[in-house]
Every structure is written in C-alpha cells, then in structure tokens.
Design a binder for this molecule. Structure first.
Ligand code: ADP
Ligand code: 5GP
Length: 214
C-alpha cells in the first residue's frame, strides 16, 4: 500500500517541571518524522536557551501583531508572559505527513483540540508522581530562581486540574517507562483511520482484485 499518512498534532502538557521538555527531546531523537513546534514567547531567555531553538523570543508588540494577523494556531498568557504556536510551520509539517509535537499548556491544548485541526490531534498529559517530587525537579533543573519556582508551584494545581480533558494521561515516575508509553501511544494513534488518507484507495484496489478473482 502506497498511502501517505496524515501528520499528527501531538500535544504534551503538564505542570511545569513534570518532564515535558525532557521527553519531547527524547521523542525527537526517536523519530525524525516528529518536528518540534517552536513557540514564540515574550519571556526572557534562560541561560543556555537560544533564540529559534527553544523559543522565538519576541517582544509584546511583535507577539500581538502575529496574533492579530492570524499567525498563531493558539496562544495564551502563562506565568505573566505570552506564549503562542506559530501556525505556518505546523501546517507545512503535517502537509508532508509528518508530526508536530507541542509543549504547551492546557489553554493551548484546548484551542488546538477545538480548531479545524482537532481531528488530527493527540493530547497527552503528564502527571508528577507527587507534588514534593515536582518541586524537587524544578529545583534540580536549576534554571529558575526561588521566586519563579514558587510561582510555578503555585500554578501547578491549576494546570493539573485540566488533566481530564486529555486523550491520555501518564504519571511520569520512571523516565524510561514514560518514554516507552509515549512511543506506544504515538505509534497506535498514527494508525487511526483518520490518519491514513490512502485507506479508501487501498480498499478500492482490494475490491477490484476481489472481483477479478471471484
Ligand atoms: P517541564 O518541561 O515539564 O517543565 P523538564 O523536562 O524541564 O520539565 O523536567 C524538569 C526536571 O525534572 C529536569 O531536570 C529533568 O531532568 C527532570 N525529570 C524529568 N522527568 C523525570 C523523571 N521521570 N524522573 C526524574 N527526573 C525527571
Ligand atoms: P516555560 O517558560 O517553562 O518554557 O513554559 C511555561 C509554560 O508555558 C509551560 O507550561 C509550557 O508548556 C507553556 N507553553 C510554552 N509554549 C507555549 C505555547 O506556545 N502556547 C501555550 N499555550 N503554552 C505554552
């Protein structure tokens, strides 16, 4: 069968520190057909972050201009900054039959799920094994000052409260096990009927062959 598949929009959400970025990195190494959606944000770059790699770091005026021109697939205000997923690269990637991975919050997940691309969306929520461990991970990451960590912890319950809106939920306890579970979910969802545009054609061929042989 020569069917090309339709690209998936894979959304990963969790409270900050639960492991989204770590797992997103592992998934990209797993399969070159997964492209990472690079969000635009008005927050300042953290040490080690590079413009155009982790985020497009923009000022508020540029962000708002992109929103008003319809250039964002979704956007939200998170931790006092604007974040959004540029639309054009997403469309280009799924048109090639490749997947786009989003590390976004529940507001963005909701907007994409309710958009015209909703049928091709796979949403996954990561829960931490405990709130204590969530705080440990934020501290261990060593990228935020104490005040920022406290603000993220305060917001974590708000994010967790949206877990029920996602297709799949994984408790990210053991990192390797979570990675395997993510791969299983993605591999299975790629086989969803709606992701295989060539199936109708293939079944038509089967029917002709069937009639020829009978
Ligand atoms: P997020 O992107 O959700 O904010 P990160 O991927 O930056 O979270 O993870 C936060 C910290 O927790 C990082 O230091 C990462 O190495 C660590 N971490 C992620 N998953 C696990 C896990 N399953 N077990 C232990 N540490 C983890
Ligand atoms: P951070 O500042 O730690 O990189 O991200 C903070 C939060 O913003 C995380 O929950 C992350 O998932 C979310 N986020 C990052 N990019 C986007 C985006 O483009 N849209 C939305 N809605 N949330 C985003």
């Amino acid at each position: 069968m020569t069917a090309t598949r339709r690209g998936l929009l894979i959304i990963l959400s969790s409270p900050s520190g639960a492991g989204k970025s770590t797992l997103a990195r592992r998934l990209r190494t797993w399969d070159a057909d997964i492209e990472f959606s690079i969000s635009a944000t008005t927050r300042a770059a953290r040490p080690g972050e590079e413009d155009g790699r982790e985020y497009h770091f923009v000022d508020e005026a540029a962000f708002k201009a992109q929103v008003s021109h319809g250039g964002m697939l979704e956007h939200a205000h998170v931790f006092g900054n604007f974040y959004g997923s540029p639309r054009a690269p997403v469309q280009a990637t799924i048109d090639q039959g490749r997947d786009v991975l989003f590390d976004i919050d529940w507001q963005g997940a909701q907007q994409i799920t309710n958009s015209a691309l909703g049928a091709h969306t796979l949403s996954i929520f990561l829960l931490p094994p405990s709130i204590r461990e969530l705080r440990n991970r934020l501290e261990k990451r060593g990228q935020d000052d104490a005040e920022t960590i406290a603000r993220r912890m305060e917001k974590s319950w708000d994010e967790i409260s949206h877990w029920g809106a996602y297709d799949f939920v994984i408790v990210n306890d053991d990192l390797d096990e979570t990675e395997e579970k993510l791969k299983t979910i993605i591999s299975a969802t790629r086989l969803r009927r709606s992701q295989q545009p060539g199936l109708t054609e293939h079944v038509r061929h089967l029917q002709s062959e069937f009639e020829e042989l009978s």
